[in-house]
Design a protein. Structure first.
Length: 375
């Protein structure tokens, strides 16, 4: 009984805050179905790592010496030492993506690039608020709405706020259906949201589908060498999908590999959610800056679409530009729903999918550019 009381009395108020954060993430995962595969293990892991003298962390025990905790070991081996977990997840993501809608309408590439504006603007804002430049760069990448990229960039740059950045990135990914409609409506008119875009897909040959991931890897490697791991693993996964001779591996990458790595990554990243590191004013600032980055990435795509319309005969519905972020396929679905809400016969899904998959590539390249510039 004395041992129980000593454990209870050793709990700090910061740890209590983290228990609340963990329970909130679990609630959002289960009740709201917000990215449950990630938020649930992150939430449960946040509780595990903040229990007094938790066995999931390395401890020094009298008579036994140092013991190795599983979550700390996973973090040090799978993220800190090699960034293996986020990179392996990219193989699964690449295997899930069909680049056909993008290849049949290459103009959508532009929206993936335009929707990275918020990243670099937020880096500037974070540095003005007093963050170290490497921390500022790690915070800015939240705007890509790409959790694995956010984790990898913040880890490579040795940011002091990996946990807060990961929570912000995945939380805002989960909140795409809430955040994006508000951001889009703030900068568009009803008339613009009603612009019709008939879908006339061009035929994409098997050769083009196979050549695309190889060409993208070469181009990204030459333009932003630091992005080779990110883009390369993403494109490798897509090549497995498109080659036609590795169907069983493609299915495994899309399901078993992606699910397993997502689960392990979620609970592993909770190592950086220890109360003494997480409960701070800086964490609140990071959440705010991450939201700022995410909103301005969406707005950047919309504004760029409106700019293109000044010179285009065939107008682009500006909402499609917002799908250039990396939150695939959630953002494309949001645009489809918003289009139908304005005009029940105006389906924008395939256009938005093209922009959305371009955002997958663009966010990885943006992450590589940030690494190349700030390492």
């Amino acid at each position: 009984m004395d041992f129980l009381w000593s454990g209870l009395l050793s709990i700090t108020w910061q740890q209590v805050v983290m228990y609340v954060v963990g329970l909130l993430l679990i609630y959002l995962a289960i009740e709201k179905n917000y990215e449950p595969a990630l938020l649930l293990p992150m939430g449960f892991g946040a509780i595990l790592v903040n229990l007094p003298a938790s066995g999931v962390l390395n401890q020094f025990m009298e008579g036994a010496g140092e013991t190795h905790g599983i979550i700390q070991w996973l973090f040090e081996s799978g993220i800190e030492a090699s960034e293996a977990f986020p990179l392996l997840l990219f193989i699964g993501i690449g295997a899930m993506i069909d680049f056909g809608p993008l290849l049949s309408n290459p103009k959508m590439f532009l929206f993936g690039a335009a929707s990275q504006f918020g990243i670099f603007f937020t880096i500037f804002m974070a540095s003005l608020l007093g963050f170290d430049i490497k921390d500022a760069a790690s915070i800015g990448i939240i705007g890509a709405a790409d959790g694995p990229t956010s984790i990898l960039v913040s880890q490579v740059l040795k940011s002091n706020y990996i946990g807060a950045i990961a929570v912000a990135a995945y939380s805002y990914m989960a909140l795409v259906p809430i955040i994006q409609p508000m951001a889009i409506k703030a900068v568009t008119t009803k008339k613009e949201r009603m612009i019709r875009m008939p879908y006339e897909p061009g035929k994409v040959s098997r050769f083009t589908r196979i050549a695309f991931p190889i060409i993208v890897t070469f181009v990204a490697g030459l333009v932003a060498p630091a992005s080779v791991a990110l883009v390369g693993f993403l494109m490798f996964g897509n090549l497995i999908r498109e080659c036609g001779c590795l169907n069983s591996l493609s299915e495994t990458a899309q399901t078993t590999l992606a699910n397993l790595i997502t689960l392990v990554l979620g609970i592993t990243i909770s190592f950086s959610m220890k109360a003494d590191q997480f409960v701070s004013l800086q964490t609140l600032m990071i959440m705010g800056l991450g939201l700022f980055a995410f909103i301005f990435d969406s707005i950047g795509g919309v504004v760029f679409a409106k700019f293109l319309n000044l010179f285009s005969k065939n107008k682009v519905n500006p909402m499609v530009g917002a799908a250039g972020i990396s939150a695939f396929p959630m953002s494309a679905r949001v645009i489809e729903k918003m289009g139908i809400a304005e005009d029940k016969t105006n389906h924008l899904l395939m256009h938005a999918i093209g922009a959305n998959v371009s955002g997958q590539v663009a966010s990885a390249v943006a992450g590589g550019i940030v690494l190349g510039f700030f390492m």
